[in-house]
Design a protein around this ligand. Structure first.
Ligand code: GLC
Length: 567
């Protein structure tokens, strides 16, 4: 199997030389030869909710294409589109029934090719979302697998006998209930870490591995610049199916808490990632991982000891930290100490929007600007989530009957599901926020009248213009492009300050993360820089625009100050 696959890869390399789409993937950027993704800004698009071009209330690929000018002007270099493949949509596309096509709801392969081409013209690469852990139960592979115990694809999924009348072990689905589904036809259980309609693939079967590697190559040939790999932590399970240890308490679904040591982050995951990376490397493609880690040491493992796994395992830990200078400083310090290239994320389609999560309920707009200033000026690649740049807010359903995401119905009221963070993009103050001429699939919060692209573009102090300024700066300022991170004023409980320092220059970033005014003093001589040489690059505090020294700075609540400093 492996040999057959290797020759397929070789053929694709030959094709790569001939294809202009692939040549576009091979460009590097950055004065010091950074791979393209290190100087890029990524932007996640939830395709149902970005822009509807045909009035059916659901976003689509042509809708995305119509907004490429917006994305380009914002400063986005690559878009990650959440799954847009054919799917019964039980998990809104994360249940794929065909990996090599586009769901008619979103368009056609021709629409995809058009988007790809327009993307190239706008300098925007396309990243697709590969659901590697499981398929839909409607995928032909699973339909064959469940048809009989001796079917060709039986072993493509994980089938086991029960223990008497019980499932094979105590493993639970992260979406509630047992992770085992009884199948009457063949009298066995199959395993699903997510919904029962999302049976787990058996990654111990080389044919499965081959098929998934082949799918990535198929899309690279079409010109995609990489993948966000979904749920990589759970690719493998203990073959002996040992019970997971039971912890005290119950989860939102009323199930016992378990420590998932036998079906989460098994070492074999790294073998699969190395294989996916070997294919990606042939196309200079980037692999981003949905890596839920508990600490930086765990995150580091996903890069691979020989840097031969993911180039960008997502730092999702940042989404779980509180808005506090010491907490954020400590995390950045650990990430920097790891020596890896960070991939920072502050929001996505599975978690409460950043505006609500970090916000204190009173200063959320200012706090949104603080978080942006921090993660867009740190060393690393940021992955934004659509709408974050306009301060979009969560809009959780108020009643169980309005919930669309199945986990919100199973777990109501403790778990309200993820509808709230997946609402349509707010383009304007027009009806339905300018997202659709039809009826939007998901409720738009009334706040869209104040938080929308059209109005924020006109307001120099909007969150949107703040993001635009930061993105322009990080694309052009040598210190932000190349500089190393140097923590400053490390014992300050309220103000987060640091330098980005390169041979080409230095930038100082000072963020007051408190609701009180703060005074800070900097002596930059130990860094070979003059605190009296400041030239303001960006600030939320208008009077500081003309400031020329950071020897003493008086900051308003939540103020951000970014300046160039010289030798
Ligand atoms: C990932 C996705 C999430 C999905 C799950 C199952 O966590 O981000 O949206 O429900 O995988 O595919």
């Amino acid at each position: 199997m492996r040999r057959k696959f290797a020759s397929a890869v070789l053929m694709l390399v030959v094709l790569a030389v001939a294809s202009p789409a692939l040549q576009a993937q091979t460009k590097t950027t950055g004065a010091q030869g950074h791979p393209w993704y290190q100087n890029a800004v990524f932007y996640e698009i939830y395709p149902r909710s970005f822009m509807d071009s045909n009035g059916d209330g659901v976003g689509d690929l042509n809708g995305i294409a119509s907004k490429l000018d917006y994305l380009h002007d914002l400063g986005v270099d690559a878009i990650w589109i959440a799954p847009c493949f054919p799917s019964p949509q039980v998990d809104f596309g994360y249940d794929v029934s065909d990996y090599e096509n586009i769901d008619p709801m979103y368009g056609t392969l021709a629409d995809f090719d058009r988007l790809q081409k327009l993307g190239e013209e706008h300098g925007i690469r396309i990243i697709l979302d590969l659901v590697v852990n499981h398929t839909s139960d409607q995928h032909p592979w699973f339909i064959d697998s469940r048809s009989s115990r001796t079917s060709e694809k039986r072993d493509w999924y994980i089938w086991r006998d029960g223990k008497g009348k019980n499932p094979p072990n105590n493993w639970l689905s992260t979406f509630g209930g047992s992770a085992w589904q009884w199948d009457r036809k063949t009298n066995q259980y199959y395993y699903h870490f997510f919904y029962a309609q999302q049976p787990d693939l058996n990654w111990r079967n080389p044919a499965v591995v081959d098929a998934m590697y082949g799918t990535t190559a198929w899309w690279y040939q079409r010109g995609v610049a990489g993948f966000r790999l979904d749920a990589v932590d759970t690719l493998y399970e203990d073959p002996n199916l040992k019970d997971n240890p039971v912890l005290p308490g119950k989860n939102a679904f009323g199930d016992p808490n378990l420590q998932n040591i036998y079906n989460d982050k098994l070492p074999e995951v790294h073998t699969a990632l190395k294989g996916l990376r070997a294919v990606a490397d042939k196309y200079n493609a980037v692999l981003i991982g949905e890596t839920w880690t508990d600490n930086v040491a765990e995150l580091k493992e996903y890069y691979g000891a020989g840097h031969d796994e993911l180039q960008m395992p997502m730092d999702l830990m940042l989404t779980e930290l509180t808005f506090s200078a010491p907490v954020l400083r400590e995390h950045i310090k650990a990430v920097e100490a790891s020596g890896e290239w960070p991939a920072y994320v502050i929001s996505n389609h599975d978690i409460v929007r950043a505006w609500n999560r970090y916000g204190d309920g009173r200063h959320n707009d200012a706090i949104a600007k603080d978080m942006a200033a921090m993660y867009l000026t740190l060393r690393g690649t940021p992955i934004m989530y659509y709408g974050e740049e306009i301060g979009m807010q969560n809009n959780d359903p108020k009643r169980r009957e309005d919930v669309k995401d199945p986990i919100g119905r199973t777990g109501w009221p403790k778990e309200k599901g993820r509808d709230g963070e997946r609402t349509p993009m707010q383009w304007s103050a027009d009806p339905h926020a300018g997202f659709t001429t039809g009826t939007p699939w998901n409720a738009i919060p009334g706040t869209y009248r104040a938080y929308n692209v059209a109005d924020e573009l006109k307001d120099p102090d909007s969150i949107l213009n703040w993001y635009k300024g930061l993105l322009a700066l990080r694309h052009t300022n040598p210190a932000l492009l190349e500089g190393r991170y140097v923590a400053l004023d490390e014992n300050n409980p309220n103000v987060l300050s640091y330098l980005r320092k390169s041979n080409g220059g230095a930038a100082i970033i000072v963020i007051n993360l408190s609701a009180a005014p703060q005074k800070v003093n900097f002596d930059l001589s130990p860094q070979g820089l003059r605190a009296g040489s400041a030239k303001t690059l960006m600030t939320t505090q208008a009077p500081l625009k003309e400031n020329s020294s950071v020897e003493q700075l008086a900051l308003e609540p939540f103020a951000v100050y970014i300046a160039e400093v010289r030798k």
